[in-house]
Design a protein around this ligand. Structure first.
Ligand code: SF4
Length: 344
């Protein structure tokens, strides 16, 4: 079989690897061996799985490949942030961003090529939707960057709305957290969402990962101008759902709030945000807006961000101003745009 048509093993769960073992006439315990080669030893070829018999490896290689693929381009920021470009789907490349910060090393992964949500402030939203990534595509971002072994944290905050591709995201979380996979604590993972209710509930019920919700305005009509999804999933309903979960122990709820000058950055908004978040045990990340072409939104002054933060803190809501990273390589929040392969 042509190498390109072979099915990838990376991205498969232990249960799926058991099916592969059975299909290839291997004993059931070979599934665990394969998982160990893929996720612990991180091999790139079936030949390297040396505790599988030669015959088993040959049979496996008839239909399968490991399925790892390296990033095809990278851009390095002066602040140490690195943006990696991977082959995506639908003719669009996708980006993952490596963010070193003292003892932490975070990877921001993409879950879709493009996005359907069309948030006004986001370059990914501007390019439309081009397809869902598979679990293989997501895990490959983690395994195939040069800094893979030193990663401490993972955030699903790259291109796409993770709740719009929930099965693939749950598959990736499984591989990241299970003992047969990378065996990470779920506390090292944060999934960001605009708040698709049914999928968010499934994520909350089936994992222990941290959650980040994009709010950006406490007022429905204003949020609608920024995020068309407000029409379908009002932020008040999202908060009602989140009040039913415990974010005081074990897991964390963050509220993402991009600040736009003259639009959502005065103290009236801060007070309304406090009311909206009442009873949620959340903390607020205030994010600087980075101008993008053809969008009439403006960056808030530092002094207004500080005043907004102080107002939240004074009312008992923990708020911090997130340091912007990778602006010079277009890797900061809202700036990911991938690349159209037709341009290559
Ligand atoms: S901010 Fe997130 S949900 Fe909104 S368009 Fe961009 S990628 Fe999609």
């Amino acid at each position: 079989m042509d190498e390109i048509k072979k099915k990838p093993l990376v991205g498969l769960s232990l249960a799926q690897l058991r099916e592969v073992a059975a299909e290839c006439g291997m004993p059931a315990f070979a599934a665990k061996q394969m998982a160990q080669w893929l996720y612990e030893k991180r091999v790139e070829t079936i030949d390297e799985m040396t505790n599988l018999s030669l015959k088993a490896r040959a049979r496996l290689a008839e239909d399968y490949c490991v399925g790892r693929f390296a990033p095809k381009m990278e851009a390095r920021s002066v602040d140490g942030t690195v943006k990696y470009l991977f082959d995506g789907v639908g003719g669009r490349d996708i980006e993952a961003v490596y963010i070193p910060d003292r003892e932490r090393a975070t990877l921001c992964v993409s879950s879709q090529a493009g996005c359907k949500m069309n948030c006004k402030f986001c370059m990914t939203g501007k390019q439309g939707f081009h397809g869902n990534l598979t679990t293989t595509d997501i895990i490959n971002q983690v395994l195939s960057i040069p800094e893979s072994e030193s990663l401490t944290n993972l955030v699903f905050m790259g291109m796409g709305e993770p709740m719009d591709n929930l099965d693939a995201v749950l598959g990736a979380i499984d591989i990241l957290t299970e003992s047969w996979g990378l065996a990470w604590s779920p506390k090292r993972i944060t999934v960001s969402s605009i708040g698709k209710l049914k999928e968010l509930r499934t994520l909350l019920d089936s994992t222990r990962v941290h959650i980040a919700i994009s709010v950006h305005s406490p007022f429905p009509q204003e949020r609608l101008q920024l995020m068309p999804v407000e029409r379908v999933y009002p932020v008040a309903d999202v908060m009602d759902l989140l009040r039913g979960y415990d974010f005081a122990h074990q897991r964390r709820l963050s509220v993402e709030y991009i600040m736009f000058r003259g639009l959502n950055d005065d103290l009236r908004h801060a007070d309304a945000l406090v009311r909206l978040l009442k009873g949620t045990d959340s903390r607020v990340n205030l994010i600087r807006f980075h101008a993008i072409p053809d969008v009439d939104l403006k960056t808030t002054a530092e002094s207004a961000m500080v005043a907004f933060r102080d107002r939240l803190n004074a009312q008992g809501v923990t708020a911090t101003i997130r340091t912007s990273r990778g602006e010079d390589i277009m890797a900061a929040c809202g700036m990911l745009a991938g690349k159209d392969r037709k341009d290559d």
